[in-house]
Design a protein around this ligand. Structure first.
Ligand code: KIV
Length: 303
C-alpha cells in the first residue's frame, strides 16, 4: 500500500484550486520530518518548505544563501513526514532566474528527488515566462508577490508593498500574469488588506496571505512564528500571531533536565535496566578477575 493511500485524504492541486471562494486554505512551513508530522496531523492543507529555512533553521540573516541542494534535502524529509498535506518546495534565490531550462531542471528536482507536489517561486510579470515553462513541464507552481524576501535589497528592506494605488496596480498585474502563466495559487506577503482583498476577488486562483489581511483565500505562517519556537528576545513581525510559546516551554524543560542531572534525581530507577536474575551477586567476583590481556602479557597468572 502506498503511503499516500491511507484513510487520510491527500490534498491535490485540483482540490486546492477548487477551494477558491469556499473554505479558507491553510499553509504552514516545515523543514524537517518531525515538524511535518505535527503540521500534517493538525490538518493543514499545504506544507511549504520555505526558503525561510535559511533564517529559522540555518541562522542566516536573509534567505539568499540557501541552495537548491539544501532545499531538496529538507523537502525530502518533510515529504517523508507528510500523509495528507500538499507539499510545496520553495525555489531558492537564482535557481529560476538564470535561464528557463535551468529553472525547469531545478524545479524538477523538488518533484523527482524530494517527492514534493509543487514548487513556489517569487516574482510577478518578470517570472511569468519561467512559470509558464515550468508548468508546461508538468510541475505545479505557486507564485509569491508583495514583499519578496529574495529581492529585499531591491525593495529597500522588509517593507509593506502596494501601499499606493499605482503600486497596488503593479501587484494586480503581477498576480494576473502568474495566473495566466498557469500558477495554481499565489502567496501575497505584506500587502495592505484592501489591496489583497481586491486582488483576491479578481483572480480565479486562490491567494494565500501573510501580512495581507483576512480577505485572501488562505493564510500561511512560518512554523517557528506560529509556535513561538524562538527566544524571548527574537523579533516577531506584526503580522504574526503566536499560538503557543514553545521556546519558553523548551527552555524550562531543558533547565529541569540540567537541575535533575546535577542533583542526581534523573535518571530514576524506572529509566534504567537491571541485570538478569541472579547475576548481580556474581558481578564483583567476575569483575575482579584479571583481563585476558593481563594474562597474555604475563602480568598475572591465569586461573
Ligand atoms: O520562505 C517562506 O517561509 C515563505 C513564506 C513566508 C510564505 O516564503
Amino acid at each position: 500500500m502506498s503511503k499516500h493511500s491511507g484513510k487520510k485524504t491527500r490534498r491535490t492541486v485540483p482540490r486546492i484550486r477548487a477551494r477558491k471562494g469556499k473554505k479558507p486554505l491553510t499553509m504552514v512551513t516545515a523543514y524537517s520530518y518531525a515538524q511535518a508530522r505535527l503540521v500534517d496531523e493538525a490538518g493543514v492543507d499545504m506544507i511549504l518548505v520555505g526558503d525561510s529555512l535559511a533564517n529559522v533553521c540555518l541562522g542566516h540573516e536573509t534567505t539568499l544563501p540557501v541552495t537548491v541542494e539544501q532545499m531538496v534535502y529538507h523537502t525530502a524529509a518533510v515529504v517523508r513526514g507528510t500523509e495528507r498535506a500538499l507539499v510545496v518546495g520553495d525555489m531558492p534565490f537564482l535557481s529560476y532566474n538564470v535561464s528557463i531550462p535551468a529553472a525547469i531542471e531545478n524545479a524538477g528536482r523538488f518533484l523527482k528527488e524530494a517527492g514534493a507536489d509543487a514548487v513556489k517561486l517569487e516574482g510577478g510579470v518578470e517570472v511569468a515566462d519561467t512559470v509558464r515553462a515550468i508548468v508546461r513541464a508538468g510541475i505545479p507552481v505557486v507564485g509569491h508577490v508583495g514583499l519578496t524576501p529574495q529581492t529585499v535589497s531591491k525593495l529597500g528592506g522588509f517593507k509593506v508593498q502596494g501601499r499606493s494605488a499605482v503600486a497596488a496596480r503593479h501587484l494586480a498585474d503581477a498576480t494576473a500574469a502568474l495566473e495566466d502563466a498557469g500558477a495554481f495559487a499565489v502567496v501575497m506577503e505584506c500587502v495592505p488588506s484592501d489591496v489583497a482583498g481586491e486582488i483576491s476577488q479578481r483572480l480565479s486562483i486562490p491567494t494565500i496571505g501573510i501580512g495581507a489581511g483576512p480577505q485572501t483565500d488562505g493564510q500561511v505562517l512560518v512554523f517557528h512564528d506560529l509556535l513561538g519556537v524562538g527566544r524571548e528576545d527574537d523579533f516577531t513581525p506584526r503580522f504574526v500571531k503566536q499560538y503557543a510559546n514553545l521556546g519558553k516551554l523548551a527552555i524550562e524543560a531543558i533547565q529541569s533536565f540540567v537541575s535533575e542531572v546535577q542533583e542526581r534525581s534523573f535518571p530514576a530507577p524506572e529509566h534504567g535496566f537491571s541485570m538478569s536474575e541472579g547475576e548481580e551477586v556474581k558481578l564483583q567476583s567476575v569483575l575482579s578477575r584479571p583481563t585476558r590481556d593481563q594474562v597474555a602479557d604475563g602480568w598475572v597468572a591465569s586461573e
